[in-house]
Design a protein around this ligand. Structure first.
Ligand code: PEP
Ligand code: MG
Length: 315
């Protein structure tokens, strides 16, 4: 049994009017899952599967993968788990997946693009995820990273469903996919926004280059407007929309994200407590009002300041 550290942490995430906003954790190992559950995570919103195989020099077999995913699902004791398929590239190399050097790794072969030439790797991973979900009482959802449009989303969704995955989604972290989010919701069951990459690509600032670090701020109204477009598409489709980038762990930004149409949030476990407490202070109507305030500003600093100034109650 997993023990929860803190009594307040047993409460599911919700707004002051009672609207549920499930609070999940970003993890990369079974130890991370145990820590997340202890901190009151309602499940896992981002399992970075590539972190589980960083040391491997040969591609893990289906059997090895089933064993590793089953461990994660067992530790979750039936709670929701959103697994992301391998997200590797020249910026995040995997020893068993030779991709070569690139001039611009952030704009290169990464995420779902890496498996275009290694489709068996993707099929094996999806088969193993579906088999683990069938073997362990669980609630497994599976999504692909770095999807650029609905055609790519459909390609992935077909492969995942053929492998037996029950809930199929994609990450929206490339601006092109945010712009056509309505089309993407037409072919998948859910979407999760990766605000780290969405910010890097919207502001054209490499997230690994310290010289442009000040651009890497998801409060920027351009990023929030894209998230708002995805939120509108989610609402129109009636399908779930999560944020699993670092923006979800900023308590005030979390309120704004919910106001833009985001229905669950996934973050580092240490952020859960404060995000839970902050959401509980504001209603959905207030969150929508704060989102409108942020959308009307001209840069990230202004957005942060304007939302703080417009808070109906101090944080
Ligand atoms: C993101 O881009 O926001 C994300 C969650 O994925 P990663 O940080 O692993 O690229
Ligand atoms: Mg990403």
């Amino acid at each position: 049994m997993n023990e929860v550290d803190d009594d307040d942490a047993r409460e599911p995430g919700r707004m002051s009017d009672g609207t549920a906003v499930p609070l999940l954790a970003n993890v990369g190992s079974v130890e991370n899952v145990q820590n997340a559950v202890a901190k009151g995570a309602e499940g896992v919103g981002l399992l970075r599967t590539e972190f589980m195989f960083l040391e491997e020099t040969e591609a893990p077999t289906v059997e090895e993968q089933i064993a590793r995913y089953s461990e994660i699902l067992e530790a979750l004791e039936g709670r929701k788990a959103v697994a992301r398929t391998l997200d590797a590239g020249a910026d995040k190399p995997l020893a068993f997946l030779p991709l070569g050097k690139e001039e611009n790794p952030a704009l290169g072969v990464r995420g779902i693009r890496t498996v275009r030439d290694h489709e068996p790797l993707m099929r094996d991973q999806l088969t193993a995820l579906a088999a683990a979900a069938a073997a362990v009482p669980s609630d497994l959802w599976v999504m692909a990273p770095m999807v650029a449009d609905a055609t790519e989303a459909e390609w992935f969704a077909t492969m995942a469903r053929e492998a037996g995955v029950a809930r199929v989604g994609v990450m929206i972290e490339v601006p092109s996919s945010a712009i056509v989010a309505d089309q993407i919701f037409g072919v998948v069951d859910f979407v999760s926004i990766g605000t780290n990459d969405l910010t890097q690509y919207t502001l054209a600032a490499d997230r690994q280059n310290g010289a442009v670090a000040s651009y890497q701020d998801a409060w920027h109204p351009s990023v929030l407007r894209l998230i708002g477009m995805v939120g509108d598409a989610a609402t129109a489709s009636g399908k779930p929309l999560s944020v699993c980038g670092e923006a979800a762990s900023d308590p005030l930004l979390a309120v704004v994200l919910v106001g833009l149409g985001v229905t669950s949030l996934s973050m580092v476990p240490n952020a859960l407590k404060e995000v839970r407490a902050t959401l509980l202070r504001y209603s959905m109507e207030e969150a929508r009002m704060l989102a409108q305030v942020a959308l009307a500003t001209t840069d990230a600093g202004n957005a942060r300041g304007a939302v703080k100034a417009a808070l109906p109650r101090p944080p």
